[in-house]
Design a protein around this ligand. Structure first.
Ligand SMILES: Cc1cc2nc3c(=O)[nH]c(=O)nc-3n(C[C@H](O)[C@H](O)[C@H](O)COP(=O)(O)OP(=O)(O)OC[C@H]3O[C@@H](n4cnc5c(N)ncnc54)[C@H](O)[C@@H]3O)c2cc1C
Length: 432
């Protein structure tokens, strides 16, 4: 059994990893280093750093489905993934001051009128309650400290030597270097640059990434109301397995829904947001129609090139059979050049735009009042950051078998998946 486990980051992933080790009577030493504070001293303004990381100050919604929140079943299979999720949820309940209040919302089955054309992703969510996260954090922290875990707070790890198995950080008095037998790297989104730096320094092989590109669709809300009543943030999807293409509606905004311009690498693309204040109500709905395309060589460069070709006069494009671009919540026009033909969009997105077009055509069948009362802002794009290639059985780097990547630093995008990845690695350490 490894003697000395060092964890970088006290986020959801590593806290769950440490809990598993303690629960199973791990006899070695566990040290967790975090640049934030312990749960007693952490302030509300410290959103990303400290005990339980971003998860500790989050909305406390624990998604319970393998298709949501990033990758897990890819590594360990569906059944194991669900079992790991159960362990994470059990931990949140165990340290909750009122566990009986942790409730699971489980939406109803997919409605019939959607079925012929689309899948609708409905998934259970456990609601921990934002207000309780602070108390959960304290109880959980006390358990780990009593179990012998050593925490080093307010300390940023600045370098890791994978060849010598050491981590380095600056403590109050001096630069310190610590040896490890096993390292679990769980720095979350706040440590994304550090992860990137290590990947470059050690030339870590990366996982091939799909392209994610599409349009931001906008229409009056009334056309979609029947579905919104069932699922507020509905997720329509479809898959063309043989073509390596899948599509999903993404990030739906309703009631007071505005399209937003994003500037990335000097080009415009689109996104959406909803205002809570009733005074902003415009009774519109917007959502991304995002395509995930597998197998494109150099996906990042390909996406950049397509986005560039979809710019006119320094901004993106808008197409609608009948409508004009909307205004922002501040009453200004959403920056976009209106084009009168889809050809100007189709050409740069060759050969993929037809999938988006079919998606819209089928929405017209499912939502019969929609007809030509819609518009699209083009492009919407997600540039996926490189993900280090790991051994699927234990999430260790393929080049360094005693270094494990977990949580948002690997492929997770949520609390349950991050915690489950940490638990998965801990199980491997215990086994060996
Ligand atoms: C505002 C907000 C709300 C969210 N709401 C939800 C939600 O309701 N449901 C959900 O599933 N997900 C939610 N998320 C996402 C979720 O919080 C993350 O996916 C999850 O916390 C990731 O866990 P992690 O352990 O990988 O990283 P984190 O929990 O982010 O922890 C990483 C830790 O690493 C530390 N760290 C980083 N770099 C270093 C370094 N160099 N040295 C030392 N320490 C370092 C940080 O201080 C941090 O404590 C939310 C995120 C945010 C920001």
């Amino acid at each position: 059994m490894s003697k000395n486990v060092v964890m970088v980051g006290a986020g959801v992933a590593n806290v769950n990893a440490a809990t598993k080790l303690i629960d199973e009577g791990f006899k070695g030493k566990i040290t967790i280093i975090d640049m934030g504070k312990n749960p007693y001293d952490r302030k509300y303004s410290e959103v990303m750093e400290g005990f339980l990381g971003a998860g500790g100050w989050s909305d406390g919604k624990l998604t319970y489905h393998t298709s949501i929140g990033g990758q897990l079943s890819k590594y360990c299979g569906e059944e194991k993934a669900m079992e790991l999720f159960d362990q994470v949820i059990a931990n949140f309940k165990r340290f909750h001051p009122k566990p009986e209040e942790v409730q699971c919302s489980n939406p109803i089955a997919e409605p019939e009128f959607i079925k012929p054309y689309f899948g609708l992703r409905l998934f259970p969510v456990w609601h921990v309650g934002t207000d309780y996260l602070h108390e959960i954090g304290k109880n959980w922290y006390d358990f780990l400290v009593e179990g012998g875990v050593e925490f080093i707070w307010e300390t940023k790890v600045t370098s890791i030597d994978f060849d010598k198995s050491t981590v380095s950080y600056k403590s109050e008095c001096c630069n310190t270097t610590m040896l490890y037998n096993k390292l679990i790297f769980g720095v979350g989104k706040s440590g994304i640059d550090f992860g990137k730096q290590l990947a470059e320094q050690y030339e870590l092989p990366t996982e091939p990434k799909p392209v994610q590109i599409g349009v931001r669709f906008e229409a009056p809300q009334k056309h979609f109301q029947k579905l919104i009543d069932i699922s507020y943030d509905f997720k329509l999807y479809r898959k063309y397995e043989d073509k390596g293409v899948s599509l999903r509606s993404f990030c739906t905004n309703n009631n007071a829904a505005y399209v937003a311009v994003e500037e990335t690498y000097g080009d415009h693309s689109y996104n959406g947001h909803a205002k809570k204040d009733e005074s902003f109500r415009n009774d519109m709905t917007n959502f991304g129609i995002l395509m995930e395309v597998q197998g494109i060589d150099k996906p990042f460069e390909w996406s950049r090139d397509v986005v560039k070709k979809l710019q006119i006069d320094g901004t993106g494009l808008y197409y609608s059979p009948t409508r004009k671009p909307s205004t922002t919540s501040e009453g200004e026009n959403v920056s976009a050049i209106q084009v009168d033909t889809l050809h100007k969009i189709m050409k740069p997105m060759q050969p993929y735009f037809m999938y988006v077009y079919d998606f819209i055509e089928d929405m017209k069948k499912v939502f019969p009042t929609l007809k030509d009362d819609w518009g699209i802002y083009v492009p919407e794009v997600k540039y996926l950051s490189p993900e280090p290639l790991v051994d699927y059985t234990n999430l260790a780097l393929t080049k360094y078998s005693n270094v494990h990547f977990v949580g948002d630093a690997l492929s997770a995008r949520g609390i349950t998946v991050s915690g489950a990845q940490g638990t998965y690695v801990a199980e491997h350490i215990l086994k060996n």
